[in-house]
Write a protein that binds this ligand. Structure first.
Ligand code: PLP
Length: 446
């Protein structure tokens, strides 16, 4: 273990980490195995993976079936190209499966290796779409403040959390951010979106890209009428509507895809994470029949956009098995039901503690906000580090969760594997209660 920590410090640049801190302290935990909702580290400590690791291990850890399917496919045809006119059965079958479960009218899939590549691909696709439609001026992409869409060139730029723009110096041009409906006001958020469209000129706008629920922004669940209004606005200005379903897809919100909760149909949908439950990297973009037809009819020559691993046969085989498990084990229904149980338990925690503000869930995507005054919603001073302290207290009790502190918020996010049961939720929420209570006491709130 010591040796691993030394090697880690010396050679491994961790994603989304403080290099300085990593150099000083090294890895805090080295995971060794996983089963169901649990992870075990090299010291034998067991943790509840209350975030499904990175919002992705939807069916939980350690499913033998996925390992078996991967092994079979690796032995038969581990990899071959899907470029140009080459193809293979797993990718064809997965494309068909995804078309079947996607919203009506979205039936063609472009594959990638993950979420960022999917959003970059969607952005390039919509710009290409407008170009071949004779409107090359439609290049701008609108997104929301607090949205997170990845770290590749365009997906960083479309992200609405300025902290993520730092590494590149500044954002690429032609990406604009409107107000998020965070706080529950559709009218204000739609007015902001309309204003941005008017200011930028609808004739310059290619698409609006949005998460059904802003995940990394703090599990911000829009009001019930928000996406119907978004759809109307996009139609009014002829702007394409892209749903980033990278967290919300594959059962996370109690539906196959998050947008189903709002009854709104996007023109394009990006996915990744839950499509394979993280067992192997895979992502993609699903496009509407209309866009597919335009691409087929009007694209001239080769579309120079494709990743080596677009439609990777082994990844596709694992995704097919993963979706089969989600369907056969009724995990979407479990996500919806357990999400309700989680919300009830969060409400009890709120009633019995003094620093819990809004609590919310949609399926098994949830959040608990910590505030100085739950009546006025007054926030804590950022230097008190309230959410990170609760996360640390949870970790000490064997729960891995994620804090969101952007813009002075203290939010604890939850996205446990959608196989979680009632009893496991009770244990998780007991540990949450104890953790918040301990921080509440440290803060001198009695
Ligand atoms: N979009 C959303 C909503 C995400 O949450 C993420 C990752 O967390 C991404 C895109 C980027 O995906 P990836 O990290 O696979 O590139």
């Amino acid at each position: 273990m010591e040796n691993l920590i030394e090697l880690d410090k010396r050679h491994f640049i961790h994603p989304t980490s403080s290099i300085q801190q990593q150099q000083k302290d090294g890895a805090k935990v080295i995971m060794e195995k996983g089963e169901g909702i649990y992870l075990t580290d090299t010291n034998g400590n067991v943790y509840i993976d209350a975030m499904s690791s990175l919002w992705n291990v939807n069916i939980g850890h350690g499913r033998e079936e996925l390992a078996e399917v991967a092994a079979q496919q690796l032995k038969k045809l581990a990899f071959s190209s899907a470029f140009s006119t080459f193809s293979h059965e797993p990718a064809i079958k997965l494309a068909e499966k995804i078309a079947t479960i996607s919203p009506t009218g979205l039936n063609a899939v472009f594959f990638t290796s993950g979420g960022s590549e999917s959003n970059d691909s969607a952005i390039k696709l919509v710009r290409h779409y407008w170009k071949i439609q004779g409107k090359p001026g439609r290049r701008k992409i609108i997104a929301l403040k607090r949205g997170y869409h990845g770290v590749a060139a365009a997906s960083t730029s479309v992200t609405g959390i300025p902290e993520f723009w730092g590494m590149a110096g500044h954002m690429m041009i032609d990406f604009i951010h409107a107000e998020s409906p965070y706080g529950g006001n559709t009218e204000k958020a739609i007015a902001s979106l309309r204003q941005v469209i008017e200011d930028e000129g609808p004739e310059n706008i290619a698409a609006f890209l949005v998460e059904p629920v802003q995940g990394a922004g703090g599990v911000l669940i829009p009001p019930a009428d928000y996406f119907k209004e978004v759809r109307k606005l996009c139609d009014e200005y002829e702007i394409l509507f892209i749903a980033d379903e990278i967290i919300t897809g594959f059962g996370r919100t109690g539906k196959m895809f998050g947008m189903e909760n709002w009854g709104a149909t996007p023109d394009l949908m990006t996915f990744a994470k839950g499509v394979t439950s993280g067992y192997i990297p895979l992502g993609g973009v699903v496009v509407s029949d209309h866009i597919h037809n335009v691409l087929k009819e009007k694209s001239k020559g080769t579309l120079f956009h494709g990743f080596t691993y677009s439609g990777h046969p082994t990844a596709a085989a694992v995704a097919l098995k993963n979706i089969e498990i989600i369907e056969h084990e009724n995990l979407i229904e479990n996500s919806r039901k357990m999400g309700e149980v989680l919300l009830k338990s969060f409400k009890m925690v709120k009633e019995n503690l003094d620093i819990v503000g809004d609590v919310r869930t949609i399926g098994l995507l949830g959040a608990v906000e910590l505030v100085q005054n739950p009546v006025t919603n007054k926030r804590f001073a950022q230097e008190l580090n309230v959410a990170p302290r609760v996360i640390e207290a949870l970790y000490e009790r064997g729960v891995i969760c994620r804090p969101v502190t952007f813009n002075g918020t203290d939010i604890i996010c939850f996205a446990p594997p959608i196989v979680i049961d009632n009893e496991q939720i009770n244990t998780l929420v007991e540990k949450l209660y104890d953790s918040v209570l301990s921080v509440q006491k440290q803060l001198g709130v009695t």
